[in-house]
Design a protein around this ligand. Structure first.
Ligand code: PGA
Length: 256
């Protein structure tokens, strides 16, 4: 983390878990566990149908609400899609895009990820853009090359002024939901490389200000060590964000 230049963010990704009606009790349980004043930006990303309740019940805990996906289209005949405008209207502040599960199960490519990020920026929602390599790519020593490509593609056409409202999350696919965390050195190496790519694209200042999160089996035990790395500005947390005590411990791990 580097609090001097950039925001520290702990964002939960609930994926397709929990229900809207369970949010109130989750927040009641979380509130006394969170430090006050809050040491970082705290976000919980949920399916679109739950965002409104997250906005309502998250307020008291100062937890910002986020969605997990958005349509690239502004509006129109796209049955089942949810637009950035709709998310904005119910109070979403963040939205994940390009999560590896969307890339894998819904065949989202880098162009689509880029279009979704732009759709969000247009409506003043902060995209949390996910990038990450597969195990095969890591074993073939292609990690940095692939991540460089992903970052460049995701940020294509996004201006330096817009980049101030963008968050990047490095999530190695082999570490997601597997209990296999990247070592803090591995995570730092890639997050530092991502900052390097952004430096080349936008210059030193924007690179210094962009928050880069690590995600992939981050938990109450390993969070402090990961967050101690200079280029890791927070976490995108799946499994551990579903448990109030674990999530609160990760938030507290930013107090170092
Ligand atoms: P995990 O998920 O923490 O359960 O590994 C992270 C993510 O997919 O964002």
């Amino acid at each position: 983390m580097n609090r001097r230049y950039r925001k520290t963010i702990i964002a939960g990704n609930w994926k397709m878990n929990m229900t809207a009606s369970g949010i109130k009790s989750f927040m009641q349980e979380l509130k006394p566990l969170l430090p006050s004043p809050k040491p970082c930006e705290i976000v919980l990303c949920t399916p679109a149908v739950m965002v409104q309740n997250m906005v309502k019940f998250g307020k008291d805990c100062k937890v910002a609400a986020g969605a997990e996906d958005v349509s690239k289209y502004e509006k129109g005949a796209y049955t089942g899609e949810v637009s950035a405008d709709m998310l904005k209207d119910i109070g979403a502040k963040y939205c994940i895009v390009g999560h590896s599960e969307r890339r894998q199960y819904h065949h989202e490519d880098d162009m689509l990820v880029n279009a979704k990020a732009k759709a969000l920026i247009e409506k003043n929602i902060i995209p949390i853009i996910c990038v990450g390599e597969s195990l095969e790519q890591r074993e073939m020593d292609l990690t940095i090359e692939y991540i460089t490509y992903q970052v460049k593609a995701a940020l294509s056409g996004i201006t330096a002024a817009q980049l101030r409202h963008v968050v990047i999350a490095y999530e190695p696919i082999w570490a997601i939901g597997t209990g296999k965390t990247a070592t803090s050195e591995q995570a730092q190496e890639v997050c530092c490389a991502i900052r390097g790519v952004i430096r080349k694209m936008y210059g030193a200042r924007p690179a210094r200000s962009v928050s880069i999160l690590y995600g992939g089996s981050m938990n109450a035990k390993n969070a402090a060590e990961l967050l101690a790395q200079p280029d890791i500005d927070g976490g995108l947390i799946g499994g551990a964000s579903l448990k109030t005590a674990d999530f609160a411990t990760i938030v507290k791990a930013t107090m170092q």
